[in-house]
Design a binder for this molecule. Structure first.
Ligand SMILES: C[S@@+](CC[C@H](N)C(=O)[O-])C[C@H]1O[C@@H](n2cnc3c(N)ncnc32)[C@H](O)[C@@H]1O
Length: 336
């Protein structure tokens, strides 16, 4: 299989894959190739991969023409008996940091599109050059170039839900992009009049994002709110310690957000655990910064059967988001 990730995190991706029994045989900027198939046929819910190409076939060629012809043939051979009822993903990607590779891949992509138009006109019109929104396993045409002359072609891929989000000029921080992306990974976003406790809220990107959807937010942080979060009638700013903040008696928040620059074990043991064990919220989005701890060990602890996430929550997804840096994001729903 080919797994893709953020370019600077490939060693962590390889480490996570190894821990799950996939043997990395080759890696480059933003990708790892592994040998063998998943033991039980299903891919586990991994953190670092953004996309996994299943059963990819290696294609080589010296020119754009040759590569496009081989990719087209590979698609036509495998799609012969297939029915295409609706839109299907048509995705070309490449290893990061190889100067000029992006341009070459665009050229090959265009040529494959033209080839398909001639050979399967109706099917080619349904091709969509975009990642699906959300966590998904879909048939399509997936091509990943590892260098100028070698690509992997797959007909099926698994998506972790990460994607680049559109910015908003009122958003007070880059963090805004992460919460927008986290909703997609969870498959749900705050709704009108839902309640949100935003712990470590300043300057207010997450609160602002929830306020755009009409939610009512308590933003807990000693720092100031800015931009679209400042003086926002949907947001109540409490200058308090997030670790000491408690819901009112009997109150259950629809959402708990937590984005603290603090040691992750301290956050899990002293903030997340009481919130999840006490069922003080229905859903959560939590970022754990792994700057000073071993990310793979932290990941193991989060996923362990005895962790507070495993014990108290369902639909838990841990992801290194497209917009995450030295951190990962955990989303889930508290068991009723
Ligand atoms: C990464 S920023 C949060 C960014 C925010 N999610 C946004 O969208 O703008 C981390 C915040 O956590 C706050 N923080 C750290 N420890 C805290 C604590 N014990 N109580 C409340 N806030 C805390 C910091 O003041 C800082 O504003």
């Amino acid at each position: 299989m080919i797994f893709t990730c953020q370019p600077g995190f490939v060693d962590l991706l390889a480490g996570e894959l190894t821990a799950h029994g996939y043997a990395p045989v080759e890696q480059g900027a933003g990708w790892v190739r592994t040998d063998g198939k998943p033991a039980a046929g299903e891919l586990p819910n991994l953190c670092f991969p953004q996309m996994a190409l299943l059963d990819p076939v290696e294609i080589t060629g010296d020119s754009v023409n040759a590569l496009a012809a081989r990719i087209t043939e590979q698609f036509l051979t495998t799609a012969k008996t297939e029915r295409f009822e609706g839109e299907w993903p048509f995705l070309f990607e490449e290893a990061a940091e190889l100067d000029g590779l992006g341009r070459r891949v665009k050229g090959v992509e265009k040529m494959v599109q033209e080839n398909l138009k001639k050979r399967m006109s109706r099917v080619s019109k349904l091709a969509l050059a975009d990642k699906p929104r959300g966590v998904a396993r879909l048939r399509g045409l997936y091509v990943f170039f590892v260098d100028f002359k070698r690509a992997y072609v797959a007909r099926e891929a698994v998506f972790g839900g990460q994607r680049r989000m559109a910015d908003d000029e009122q958003a007070p921080s880059r963090s805004y992009l992460k919460i927008e992306e986290a909703y997609i990974v969870l498959g749900r976003e705050p709704a009108f009049e839902e309640t949100v406790a935003d712990l470590g809220a300043a300057p207010g990107g997450w609160s602002y994002s929830a306020s755009k959807r009409g939610a009512k937010i308590i933003a807990v942080d000693n720092g100031p709110l800015k931009g679209g979060a400042f003086d926002n009638y949907k947001i109540e700013h409490r200058m308090e310690d997030a670790f000491a903040f408690r819901p009112a008696a009997g109150q259950v928040f629809d959402w708990m957000f937590c984005d603290l620059v603090e040691e992750p074990h301290h956050v899990v043991d002293n903030l997340i655990a009481p919130w999840l064990e006490g069922k003080w919220c229905r859903r959560f989005v939590v970022i754990l910064k792994f700057g000073r701890v071993d990310p793979l060990a932290l990941l193991r602890q989060v996923r362990a059967p005895e962790s507070v996430f495993s014990r108290c929550a369902t639909n838990v997804r841990v992801r290194h988001l497209y917009h995450d840096r030295e951190e990962f994001t955990i989303v889930g729903e508290v068991r009723p």
